[in-house]
Design a protein. Sequence first.
Length: 89
Amino acid sequence: MPHVAFTSQLRRFTATPEVDSGAATLRGALDDAFAVNPRLRGYVLDDQGHLRANVVVFIDGRRSTDRVALADALQPASRVYVLQALSGG
């Protein structure tokens, strides 16, 4: 099953459950995590349901390419990591 994990930056604001999901897409896997903690959705997605500008998702070590529909395919053994992009210098 795909496994979804959130990095510690998001833990400062709300609980970030690690979730095993049967979903075939990134959207479905994130929805499974949001079902455990609905408040997390607002930190990851904007009002249109797209990834927030300051959020990056990696699937099996590669950056997610679909920030709008979140239709990136997941494999049964996929590892998904959600993190806040850091800025500054």
